[in-house]
Design a protein around this ligand. Sequence first.
Ligand code: UD1
Ligand code: UDP
Length: 357
Amino acid sequence: MKIAIILGTRPEIIKLSPIIRHLKNNKGNFFIIHTNQHYSYEMDKIFLNELNLPKSNYNLKLNNTKNHGEMVGKMMIEIEKILIQEKPDLVIVQGDTNTTLAGALTGSKLGIKIAHIEAGLRSYDRSMPEEINRVITDHLSDFLFCPTKNQKKILINEGIDKNKIFVVGNTIVDAIFENIKIAEKNKKLVEKYKNTKYFLLTLHRPSNVDNKERLEKIIKILEKLVYIYKIPIIFPIHPRTKINLKKFNINIDKKKIKIINPLGYLEMLLTEKYAQIILTDSGGLQEEACILKVPCLTLRYNTERPETIKVGANILVGNEEKKLLEGIKAMLNKKRNWKNPYGEKVYQKVLFFIENK
Ligand code: UD1
Ligand code: UDP
């Protein structure tokens, strides 16, 4: 079977890495199309290098396209040419980005089977671009790989044939456990984070960072948190947020919130593992916090990862100071004994079903 793997952003590279590495080690017949939706070194190449992934066979040039229609359209034009030429039997896409949508839509229009890793997640918030991408990708897919039973139920309720749905867990578990061992070999970094008290912050959702008042409000409540607890925040900043902080002319108290460049995956895992608490609006970080047994406060009003809340690893605090402070209080005293809801050796299950169905 010939497989096309389509990826383009940081989380897709990380979450597809266990599958790609396995295919590479077993001389699988596959090729990689990188849409280059993410293109800066610290959002892209650093992961390809650290995760020891083969070079992408195709790299698309999007020239920093901003509008979603244009971005998806440009991706589709290029992906279509490649798929017509390569004639794969299966296209694998992951998650909920514009790259995911472009890959699934192009492949399915050519009659190629689509496998969607991380299927069935729903925030029920159509103002999120990701929600639109997820819903459409799921309904175009032939293999829907769900992290938990929860997503299978959602998909069946949407009328998707249950024979296409496989509950396998989330490949983020494999990515974490394969890489944390490597990360921990760097004793100097381990000591650095282990011996420092900090909260870890990531923030990049358009609903939080594309609006000046909202972003300002979030920064203010985070500074207050640091003031109260005397624990600083480490903030590896996403380019979208960096651009907007500058555009909106928002000042940050650098003693309270330490802004650093985006981190590579190995250092990121250590930073997460040794944080007092993770503050985030990222999908991946909600999962990683839960798996690494670090309490998480999500700066959103909804989540497509409710299992992290159910096991007690995560609380939704939106942009509310009161909820944030209550959440911190509850989480700092929390026993970190919840169960990982996202399985293990997930990549093996995905490949088993693809090869045997
Ligand atoms: C995208 C995904 C989002 C995912 C996130 C992971 C969509 C709709 N959104 O959001 O689901 O959570 O990736 O990080 O697909 N930029 C750079 N360098 C880069 C990448 C981006 O400078 O390598 C800047 C550019 O100005 C770009 C902006 O960040 O316009 C936003 O990038 P984009 O890929 O459109 O969206 P993300 O916010 O990264
Ligand atoms: N990540 C990273 N360095 C950073 C920030 C995030 O390696 O500076 C990793 C993080 O550990 C997770 C993934 O990127 O595996 C999440 O990506 P992001 O938050 O950009 O997207 P989302 O998961 O929200 O789609």
